[in-house]
Design a protein around this ligand. Structure first.
Ligand SMILES: [Ca+2]
Length: 271
């Protein structure tokens, strides 16, 4: 479990008791997609809605909770279950991402059962090509509170960033100072990416460490979240999670995703 200390002036998002109660209430209503994964998987993180290492996949086409639906158009990108590389077990999802929006490829799952409260996502990612200068995304989530446009995580200027599709706001701002407060995504190794969203606050960890440039909180910080927060009232209600590749200018990449977890409090990088 990550235990990075909160930095001065920046609050680390925490799951509240109210969130736990809300989850229990939803569970009681019988909407269980929310079967706690812990019941079936003793090693699963506390408060996980699900954890998935793709070991149950029997073919190369993602199935079960996963689909490969893409928006608008499709091309040469692919998302397949892969037995050649895995963070745990023997399987992962491999995405062959290609330059050009319509070559986007994702493996996606519905999150509507958890949207509206605190949402925490954890996944392990391994990729081949350094993040390019141009804007790319490797995670996207449909935001019902933003006209159905995506909240996207990926890279720009060779460092990790968040992007809001509706107004193209970035976190951090893409100034040299802003970019310096983020980090590249290492290649040919597994990295643990975690993020938590509560209301309009967004916190991001990489391998258990908070990344200053990837935090939007209650205090506008120049070069970080000042631009992001210029739209008042941003409070996403995310309806799905799609992992893959979307390139808006340049950039091919081959990526693997494994050990995906979704929950209502921070999940950590354990199994
Ligand atoms: Ca696996």
């Amino acid at each position: 479990m990550a235990s990075s200390p909160a930095r001065p002036g920046r609050r680390r998002a925490r799951a509240s008791a109210a969130t736990a109660l809300a989850l229990a209430a939803v569970a009681a209503a019988g909407q269980l997609a929310l079967q706690p994964a812990a019941a079936a998987s003793p090693g699963a993180p506390r408060a996980a809605v699900f954890t998935d290492g793709f070991e149950d996949q029997s073919g190369t086409t993602p199935s079960g909770r996963w689909n490969t639906t893409v928006r608008d158009c499709s091309g040469t990108g692919t998302a397949t279950v892969d037995s050649g590389k895995a963070h745990s077990g023997t399987k992962s999802v491999r995405v062959d991402g290609r330059t050009g929006y319509c070559n986007h490829a994702f493996v996606g799952t519905d999150l509507s059962a958890v949207s509206g409260g605190s949402l925490y996502v954890r996944f392990w990612i391994n990729h081949s090509t350094p993040l390019p200068t141009g804007h790319v995304a490797f995670a996207a989530m449909r935001d019902a509170n933003d006209g159905g446009r995506d909240l996207r995580m990926g890279g720009q200027n060779q460092a990790l960033q968040w992007n809001r599709e509706s107004d193209d706001a970035t976190l951090p701002a893409q100034s040299p100072v802003g970019v310096s407060k983020s980090i590249p995504l290492p290649t040919n190794t597994w990295s643990c990416i975690e993020y938590g969203i509560t209301g309009g606050n967004l916190t991001t960890w990489v391998n258990g460490r908070q990344i200053e440039g990837l935090i939007a909180d209650g205090t506008p910080t120049q070069d970080v979240d000042q631009q992001w927060r210029s739209r008042s009232g941003w409070s996403p209600r995310l309806q799905n999670l799609r992992l893959g590749w979307e390139s808006y200018a340049d950039g091919n990449d081959t990526l693997w995703f494994d050990d995906v977890a979704v929950g209502t409090s921070q999940l950590g990088c354990g199994s």
